[in-house]
Design a protein around this ligand. Structure first.
Ligand code: SF4
Length: 92
């Protein structure tokens, strides 16, 4: 079974209007922020035509990788989702 197929088994409770990750704009995105486009295992980050980076945390796995990578840049606001929201892992 492919990783993508396993990830598809997970479910995500979207907390409408309360994204748990947000990008804090500080001019041009740092290389660290840009790397998240390829590093995030859930594909939550995308680069726009103007070079800016956007995040859509709906399918976030809460692995914390982006939080660690951008810890020194101040470009990410990262919290766990509120109780009852976020990823619901399905194992097996
Ligand atoms: S915590 Fe992990 S899955 Fe969620 S947005 Fe960051 S890198 Fe992607």
């Amino acid at each position: 079974m492919k990783v993508e197929e396993k990830l598809y088994n997970n479910r995500y409770m979207v907390d409408e209007g309360h994204p748990h990750i947000a990008i804090v704009a500080k001019g041009a995105p740092s290389p660290a922020l840009k790397s998240l486009v390829t590093v995030c295992p859930a594909g939550c980050y995308a680069e726009e035509e103007d070079g800016s980076v956007v995040v859509t945390p709906d399918g976030c796995l809460e692995c914390g990788t982006c939080r660690v990578i951008c810890a020194g840049t101040g470009e990410l606001q990262w919290d766990y989702p509120r109780g009852g929201y976020g990823i619901l892992f399905k194992f097996g």
